[in-house]
Design a protein around this ligand. Structure first.
Ligand code: AMP
Length: 278
């Protein structure tokens, strides 16, 4: 079946009627291999795979890159087709938000106001609201999200669980360039010089993980502080470089619990995020 691009909720619902297993990959477009890997995870588990492309104004802050976020619909549809996607849902803003979205999903503060949520106030309200709305529209049986956005994945899982949504959430591993840089639509903003520097973020997360394994959890505050200094010395503006528990993203206390190192930092005007389970 050749790929179809649908712009309205009514068309999408008609196209999905009677499908036994709907697999869903929500995106903001400008697709790269990381997005396509999520489609490939959904493909064998689904009778129909839907990807959405919608740059969600609600999750952008007033000084963020909503207007300049890259929109590359034609190329996106071509690569989705070759990855085995059946349907692209690409609503415009009037279709998804015909009135100002007054009803919003507010994730709990202990998850949504830390890390990304601290530096991007309202971000997870925007994400949770659009994902919940897209879930209501697509009514998928399963949905695939990237581990690249670790906190986002955790909040979506939590929302699905607490709201009893009948959707299986599947995590896709982070797809990286050969030099370790996590693929991201925002990498396109980087100059050649910045692109050469960008893999340092992943390299630093690896070193942080290695040090925690060698020195133990009591060394974490020093490891975090030194990582911030090291990145700043290379010309970055780090928001956070931190080691947290995987379960709730709080500071670890028990040396046995599984950990994740998470980072967000600006290189020039481009804000990059990454994480590594350690
Ligand atoms: P975005 O279009 O950036 O909003 O991302 C859409 C989905 O793709 C989210 O579930 C992201 O976590 C996921 N994603 C983005 N970059 C990557 C990557 N490098 N590897 C795996 N998944 C990714």
């Amino acid at each position: 079946m050749s790929i179809r691009v649908l712009h309205t909720i009514a068309e999408l619902r008609a196209a999905l009627a009677g499908q036994p297993v709907v697999g869903f990959v929500p995106t903001m477009g400008n697709l790269h291999q990381g997005h396509l890997d999520l489609v490939r995870i959904a493909r064998p588990r689904s009778s129909v795979v839907v990807a959405s492309i919608f740059v969600n104004r609600l999750q952008f802050g007033p000084n963020e890159d909503f207007d300049r976020y890259p929109r590359t619909m034609e190329a996106d549809v071509a690569v989705l087709s070759s990855a085995g996607c059946d349907l692209v849902f690409a609503p415009d803003e009037r279709e998804l938000y015909p009135q100002p979205q007054g009803y919003k999903v507010h994730p709990p503060a202990e998850l949504a106001d830390i890390l990304e949520g601290h530096f991007r106030p309202g971000f997870f309200v925007g994400v949770a609201t659009v994902v919940h709305k897209l879930f209501n529209i697509v009514q998928p049986h399963l949905a695939v999200f990237g581990q690249k956005d670790y906190q986002q994945l955790m909040i979506i899982r939590n929302m699905v669980q607490q709201m009893a949504l009948p959707i299986e959430i599947i995590a896709g591993p982070t797809t990286r360039a050969e030099d370790g840089l996590a693929l991201s639509s925002r990498n396109g903003y980087l100059s050649a010089q910045e692109r050469a520097e960008a893999p340092q973020l992943h390299a630093l997360l690896q070193r942080m993980g290695q040090r925690v394994r060698e020195e133990g959890v009591q060394a974490i505050p020093a490891i975090e502080a030194e990582a911030m200094t090291a990145l700043a010395a290379r010309g970055w503006k780090p928001d956070y470089l931190t080691i947290r528990r995987r379960t709730d993203l709080q500071a670890p206390t028990d040396p046995q619990e599984p950990l994740v190192a998470l980072a967000a930092a600006k290189l020039g005007t481009t804000r990059l995020i990454d994480n590594l389970e350690i």
